[in-house]
Design a protein around this ligand. Structure first.
Ligand code: 1HN
Length: 373
């Protein structure tokens, strides 16, 4: 047993600063027998001055990962595996299968004619389509066709199944889930659909037709659920929105031309725990460094660039995925002088905001910290 209890001592007034003594050690032993402990032995550890992320900043380069992901096509079937996914393992978060913070991410691969079984769970999920044609997903009977850089939701509690049409090609998409968070909260349920398949209950792509026109919503539509009625955000209008924004504004000094995917019924985030954003850096553009209470998984959707995360440079190009842990300074740059670059990201900001935990801070001009709100 570790008999040193004073290893977290701090001298700042207001912090725990109790040295060990034979009497105290005997006392801690007695407390331990009672299933109790003295707060001052752990207080400085469990109340850090600021967030201490356990996750490492990481990059997964598609050039390396793609071939390994495609190999899974021959090694396991969707029937055997349930879902044929290669997950992104942060070395410091292996125990909870998180890519960063309490967020999971993986690359799912399916061949033409394959379909994974329908299921639902307490975790919320999203997908960003990386390559291939003919992919589809069916969410509670809303079947959607999926193309490159489309962003699609499978909110918690919805039945969902994915597949690729017979006349399609091998498809790879990024999955993002809050499953580590839901598990940390000990709130997760999982069910396989009794028929393994679900019916198509609406016209194909009906949610886009109904809710996907910018600035317009169906008059009188009553949407009471806690997730977006728009389930698919297509790339063409998304990219067009970025270009139109970039034509009239400089954008954020920290995130350039930055837009959130939103629930068109509320203007709020697409789901309760996870949100998603898209940002554009114009040719040669470089952002200022800031940090936020929140965890981010980025995928380069177009072009190439670099990010400096906690002082280290990570170069990325199309389809590379990288993560920025909570309260970690980061800045992004476009490495091209002629082409724009776009970063898709998903994050836990809706959870942070709902819990009143969100903050951000800019890196000051002379290395100091300059709070911003
Ligand atoms: C899930 O439901 C899917 O539906 C993919 O394709 C990955 C990882 C953990 C838990 C559920 C899917 C998942 C997942």
């Amino acid at each position: 047993m570790n008999t040193r209890f004073d290893s977290y001592r701090e001298t700042t007034p207001g912090r725990a600063n109790v040295g060990d003594s034979p009497d105290l050690l005997a006392y801690y032993g007695r407390l331990s027998e009672l299933g109790a402990g003295a707060l001052w032995t752990v207080a400085n550890k469990i109340e850090p001055w600021q967030p201490v992320p356990h996750s490492a900043p990481m990059i997964w380069r598609y050039l390396d990962l793609r071939e390994a992901v495609l190999r899974a096509l021959k090694l396991v079937s969707p029937e055997e595996a349930g879902r044929r996914v290669i997950y992104l393992a942060n070395p410091n978060r292996q125990d909870v299968a998180a890519a960063v913070g309490w967020l999971y991410s993986g690359l799912q691969v399916m061949a033409p004619g394959e379909c994974a079984s329908s299921h639902r769970h307490s975790a919320s999920a999203l997908r960003f389509i990386m390559e291939g044609s003919g992919a589809f997903t069916n969410v509670d009977g809303h079947k959607m066709t999926l193309g490159r850089n489309d962003f699609v939701l499978t909110p918690n509690g919805t039945w969902h199944e994915h597949g690729v049409a017979e006349n399609g090609t091998n498809c790879i998409w990024q999955d993002g889930l809050d499953i580590p968070l839901v598990n940390a909260l000990e709130a997760g349920f999982y069910e396989v659909h009794p028929d393994l398949r679900q019916a198509i209950s609406y016209p194909i792509d009906e949610s886009s037709s109904m809710w996907g026109s910018p600035g317009l919503r169906p008059a009188g539509a009553d949407w009471q659920r806690r997730y977006s009625p728009l389930l698919k955000y297509e790339w063409e209008p998304t990219y067009e929105a970025l270009c139109r924004y970039a034509a009239v504004y400089d954008g954020s000094p920290f995130d350039a031309i930055h837009m959130d995917y939103v629930n068109p019924a509320t203007g709020g985030p697409v789901m309760t725990t996870m949100g998603a954003s898209i940002q554009m850096l114009r040719p040669g553009e470089r952002t200022r460094a800031h940090r936020e209470v929140g965890n981010f998984v980025y995928q380069c959707a177009k072009g190439s660039g670099w990010s400096i995360i906690n002082g280290q440079r990570y170069d990325w190009s199309e389809r590379d995925i990288f993560v920025v842990p909570s309260w970690t300074y980061h800045e992004h740059g476009n490495s091209s002088q002629t082409e724009d670059t776009c970063l898709f990201s998903f994050h836990d900001l809706p959870a942070m905001r709902a819990l009143g935990l969100y903050r951000q801070e800019a890196l000051g001009e002379n290395g100091g910290h300059q709070p911003i709100t």
